[in-house]
Design a protein around this ligand. Structure first.
Ligand SMILES: [Zn+2]
Length: 240
């Protein structure tokens, strides 16, 4: 079912009125998955990214195109992203991670939230700051020199917890065979999609407002079918 125009506009306003770091949290609020921004910034980035991916799937269908540039030969590639595959890849929460926490070898690992990211970005070394906030070593263990095997298991769990917030695509360049890889930012993809929809919607509103002397609210109340029928009429000179 297509989203109602009012919902599309509300989502667009939420996405365009926040900084890119907090956009995932805005998505959770706009979709009703969080009570407010204060609540949403404490939810995992993975939850926000997965919600954005689901909303994008609803609006855009099973596939969206993204554009990547080959780092070796500079070829500009149109790459299809299969959203169902991405959703499947992020569907499994690591065992015991329902609470957002996983304990491995006594080390407690938490999926990063928007709040973690915002705090980490004020540090001189954001990635180390983010790790410090999300990984708690047991008392008496020196976090700077852990057993390499433990460190590896901790990283693996952290990666799993990042889920939909750390998606990537990888392909061979059809021109030179080089390795092309890029992160998939589900929230940014949703923001682009919603911005396109809003551009079309507002152009319909402007056209009908001018043709029939209606207000924005009048036009937004119309169903898609009626809006398109009136646009047809206006374009055929029906609004004399
Ligand atoms: Zn190439």
């Amino acid at each position: 079912m297509p989203a109602r125009p009012g919902e599309t506009l509300a989502l667009w306003e939420a996405l365009s009125s926040t900084t890119s770091v907090a956009r995932g949290a805005s998505v959770l609020v706009a979709l009703g998955a969080a009570d407010g921004l204060a609540d949403a910034v404490r939810m995992p980035l993975a939850t926000a990214a997965r919600a954005a991916l689901g909303e994008l799937r609803e609006r855009a269908g099973p596939q969206v195109q993204t554009v990547l540039t080959c780092p070796d030969c500079g070829a500009v590639l149109d790459v299809p992203l299969r959203l169902d595959d991405l959703l499947d890849a992020t569907g499994d929460v690591p065992e015991g991670a329902e609470s957002g926490l996983v304990t491995v070898d006594g080390v407690v690992v938490r999926g990063p939230t928007t709040e973690d990211l915002l705090v980490a970005l004020t540090s001189t070394d954001p990635s180390a700051a983010l790790r410090d906030r999300c990984v708690t070593w047991p008392a008496g263990v020196d976090a700077t020199t852990p057993d390499p095997a433990v460190r590896e298991r901790v990283s693996a769990v952290a990666e799993e917890l990042a889920g939909a917030s750390a998606l990537a695509v990888r392909l061979d360049c059809p021109d030179c065979g080089g390795d092309v890889a890029a992160e998939v930012d589900a929230v940014a993809l949703l923001a682009d999609r919603v911005a396109d929809e809003v551009r079309d919607l507002l152009s319909d509103v402007a056209e009908l407002a001018m043709a029939f002397g209606w207000s924005e609210a009048d036009v937004l109340q119309l169903s898609d079918a009626r809006r398109h029928a009136y646009l047809d009429l206006a374009r055929r000179g029906g609004a004399r």
